[in-house]
Structure formats: C-alpha cells, structure tokens
Design a protein around this ligand. Structure first.
Ligand code: SF4
Length: 456
C-alpha cells in the first residue's frame, strides 16, 4: 500500500517549487501526495520567515494538525511523521524541537536532495533526522518536467541564495550564498516544459539579475555586465526566449542595483518575454536605503524606472516597500510616498517592518512604534489604491492575452487567469478553456482585477 504525504506550503513561489521537488523526491519511497492531512503518514510544512507572523504560524499549525489527528486517532496507529522544511527549518531548528516534541524531521533549504534518506532513517526507527547544512557549492535539485504539481505555469530555478545581506533580510542566512544554475540545464528544462504543454514559465531566484555573477556586480546600468561564465541574466533570458518554444516567460525577483538596461532591451526584443517587472525598492529615502544596505539610491532607482517606462512595450512595474524600518522619520516616509507616486506602480506589496533573527537590523535600537507603522502602512496603501485605479484604467477597452487558470471562486460561469503583465482577469467562459491562452477584451476595471469578455 502506498504511503501518503501531506505537504503544506507557505510563502513565495520558491517554496512552492521546493515543495514540488520534495514531493518528487519522496515518490521514490512510495509516497503519494494527499490533500487530507488526517490520512497522511508524513506531514511536511514548508515554511517562510519573511514576516514574523509567518514564522509563528508554523508552531500554531503543527498544534492544529496534531489536534485533528487526535480527533481521528482511533482509526490510526499513531501520529504521522511531522517534518519542517524551508526558512524556519533552516533558521530555528532548535526552537522547533523545543516548541514541538512531535517534529522528527528538519530539512534545511539546500537539503531536498537528502530528503528520502532522512525519511528512511526515521522509518527505520531513528527518533530524529536533521540536515541544515549550507554550502556554497550545493547541487541544484533537478525536477523532471513531467512531475510538476503546479498546473499551467511552471517554475524554473535559475539562482538560489543571496549574497546581498540587506540589513533586514534573513534570506542569506536561510538560503545560503548565491549560486547560478548552468544555463544549458535551464534551457533544457524550459524546452521539456514546452513539450509538456506548459504555456508559461517563471524563472526564479532571490536576485535573478546577478545570474552568472556570483553575487558580484561587474558593470554599469547602461553597459553590459561581465559575467563569470559568459552568461548574464540578459543573455540567459535571450536564450530561453529563443530556444524554449514557451509562449510566455516571466521572472522574479529583480534587485534594483543589478538590474540593467540590457535586460530591458532583451525584453523589448522578444515577444514571449512578458511585460512585467517586479523591482522592489523598499524605501524612497536615501538615508533608510543606506541603513537597509541596499546599495542604490532613490535617484539611481528612479533612473532605471524611467528607462523601463521608455521601453517599446508597456511594462507593468510592481514593487515591495517596507514601512517603519528602524529610524524611519516622517520625512523619510514622505520620501517613500513621493517615490511611490512618481513610479506609479501597477501593484505594491507593503510590509510593516518586523525584526528577523540573525539580521543586523534586529539589533537597531531606534524602532518605530507599532501604531506609527500602521499609520504609515495605511497611508501608503491609500495612495497606492488611488495610483492603481489609474494604472488599471488604462486597460479598459484593451484586448489582453490571458492564460486561463481555472474557474472563478465567486461565479460558476466565470473563468479566471493572468495577463502577461500579471493582472488577474475574470471573464465568462467554458471550463474547457482552462490551460489555454485566450484574448479577452477588458470591459470593467476593479481595484485589484479586470473583468472582460472573450474575443474570438
Ligand atoms: S537582495 Fe533580496 S534576498 Fe538578498 S538580502 Fe536583499 S532583500 Fe534579501
């Protein structure tokens, strides 16, 4: 009889992709994925530490899952194996064991390849199994195109880790030093996904722009960068665009200092490179950008934005901003407001600062009171809502290409999908179109989505 794996994923696309890799790795041991945790033999929580709340949620979730097991326990011999993977596993191993005696497996972010061995050790009677090693030459887990858990959109890892050490960010401590995956493997994976029928791929990395640069910055914005292995991110994009046969290619996340004009030129050249750029600024104040150790200024960021706006394609720009970073004054925050207004983001993820363990900013003493953070958050959100309304209005009457991803949760007659510029669109359509690319004329603009009708 096959064994059941319940895998719950929190956080970003990188975690979603890691969960696919974990499920595939465990299929060798006879594990099949289930959506019902109470029938699972192994429960893995793939965790995120971007926000403090997300980390706390892990412990709460383990308790919840244990309680649901107790309710059905008479049907079972005992508790399943509980495992934690992802950033919380990497950064809080000891705390996990202290907080929850039932966790028996802790898997670091570079250890997915070892997952079957660790699970086997537990199945053979070892009380616990842990692998949280981080090395700068850890191998990439290669995932077959035919075993994806995601439908319609497939993820491809291009870099892992980060060398930037922004003062608020835990990623360099949980994901290790930056490594770039060989370009030939990335291109071959994209070709295999095209052969499987995927219409869209997303190239993933903590900082895609330093692909091939080992985390170092070699060039200037206008001049092409010099890579270690002859393949910069711009050249990789070009290869994937010309060699993969995939109709829609997106990527995330960009890092403003390393983002260069060549990337915009390549995006402008190839139609299958989608017109969406996520370029997180984090703050509009040079003083705070310095404290965050971001390595760029407000002016240099805005110069890049101006360049993107001059592209042939109508690029959709989205970003991330942290409010209430230690020492942020009203003047600093006003600089952030004015930057957001000047950029005119199509979408903005706003976070209230909260300290992450191991990071330099966690030791900064000039913290901003919680109520001030909330006030700033709401003020920026209100500004962004107004900007977004104007930005979305430009789509009214336009025909946009949509990848149909499923039926809408709100209306049984509607399908939903994403545009090339990453906006959600709902429209009346038959579910047979799920997985297809269709053209939709936008008839209504909502605060966070578009509504339209199919153009035949
Ligand atoms: S570049 Fe991004 S992932 Fe790297 S340290 Fe800075 S915020 Fe974290």
């Amino acid at each position: 009889m096959s064994k059941k794996l319940y895998l719950e994923t929190h956080g970003c696309q990188m975690n979603v992709h890691d969960s696919e890799k974990a499920a595939f790795a465990l299929s060798d041991l006879g594990y099949e994925v289930t959506t019902d945790p109470t029938e699972a033999d192994l429960i893995m929580l793939n965790t995120c530490m971007v926000r403090e709340k997300a980390a706390r949620k892990v412990y709460h979730r383990i308790d919840e899952l244990k309680h649901s097991f107790r309710r059905v326990s008479e049907k079972r011999k005992g508790l399943p194996i509980f495992g934690v993977m992802g950033c919380v596993a990497q950064a809080e191993t000891d705390r996990i064991f202290e907080r929850s005696q039932d966790v028996r497996l802790v898997l670091g972010t570079q250890a997915i390849v070892k997952l079957p061995t660790l699970v086997e050790q537990i199945e053979q009677g070892f009380p616990r199994a842990i692998d949280i090693r981080l090395t700068k030459d850890a191998e990439f887990f290669e995932l077959d195109a035919g075993v994806r858990q995601t439908e319609h959109v497939a993820y491809i890892t291009i870099t892992e880790g980060c060398n930037k050490f922004c003062s608020f960010c835990i990623v360099p401590f949980t994901r290790g030093r930056e490594r770039s995956r060989p370009a030939d493997k990335i291109v071959a994976e994209a070709q295999a996904l095209a052969a499987q029928g995927f219409k869209e791929i997303q190239l993933l990395g903590q900082n895609v722009n330093s692909y091939g640069l080992s985390g170092r910055y070699h060039g200037s914005f206008a001049g092409e960068q010099e890579s270690d292995n002859g393949v910069t991110f711009a050249r990789l994009l070009e290869r994937v665009a010309t060699e993969s046969g995939i109709p829609r290619i997106k990527y995330t996340t960009s890092y403003p200092r390393d983002f260069d004009a060549e990337v915009v030129r390549v995006m402008d050249t190839y139609d299958n490179l989608c017109e969406w750029i996520h370029l997180p600024v984090q703050s509009g104040s040079n003083r705070i950008l310095r404290a965050m150790r971001r390595g760029y200024t407000r002016e240099s960021y805005l110069e890049k934005i101006a360049h993107i706006k001059n592209a042939r394609k109508d690029m959709s720009i989205t970003g991330d901003i942290i409010v209430g970073f230690p020492g942020e004054t009203d003047d600093d925050f006003n600089e952030t407001l004015s930057l957001a207004a000047e950029v005119g983001y199509d979408g903005l993820y706003i976070f209230k600062y909260s300290p992450r363990p191991h990071t330099p900013a966690a030791t900064y003493t000039d913290s901003v009171p919680e109520e001030v953070k909330t006030e700033r958050f709401l003020k920026l959100q209100e500004l962004q809502d107004r900007i977004q309304k104007q930005r979305y209005a430009r789509y009214l009457g336009r025909t946009v290409e949509v990848l149909v991803e499923g039926m809408s949760a709100r209306s049984a007659a509607d399908c939903y999908g994403h545009t090339r510029c990453s906006k959600i669109v709902n429209f009346k359509a038959d579910k047979q179109l799920v997985g297809q690319l269709v053209n939709v004329r936008v008839t209504e603009v909502k605060p966070h989505s578009l509504y339209g009708e199919i153009v035949l």
